[in-house]
Design a binder for this molecule. Structure first.
Ligand code: FES
Length: 103
């Protein structure tokens, strides 16, 4: 069973030192997201040369939206852009556990 969720509550419960795995479905690659180095999931993807479209980098425009196939993310603050069920905005969130994305 898939576990999907996009949390938007405060970041107090987030373990800022833990590394999480990011699985990219299209090419089967696995990356590390490290919150002590990368402020957002988009930063992690860019550090690993995963091409993701973006504009505002603040949760306003929705240009960076990706499909979250499994796992959970936590937003720094509630994004303003509309996102459908299972979509996330990597410019303003971090993984809460290992995740799988469709980029
Ligand atoms: S880049 Fe604008 S919402 Fe992510």
């Amino acid at each position: 069973m898939l576990k999907l969720a996009a949390k938007t509550s405060a970041t107090s419960s987030y373990n800022m030192k833990k590394q999480y795995l990011i699985h990219i479905r299209q090419n089967g690659s696995t990356l590390f997201s490290c919150s002590s180095v990368h402020r957002t999931l988009l930063d992690s993807l860019e550090a690993h040369k995963v091409p993701v479209a973006f504009q505002c980098r603040s949760g306003y425009c929705g240009a960076c939206r990706l499909l979250l196939l499994s796992g959970q993310v936590k937003y720094h603050q509630e994004p303003l852009a509309f996102i459908a069920n299972r979509e996330i905005l990597p410019c303003c969130c971090l993984p809460l556990d290992d995740i799988e994305l469709e980029v």
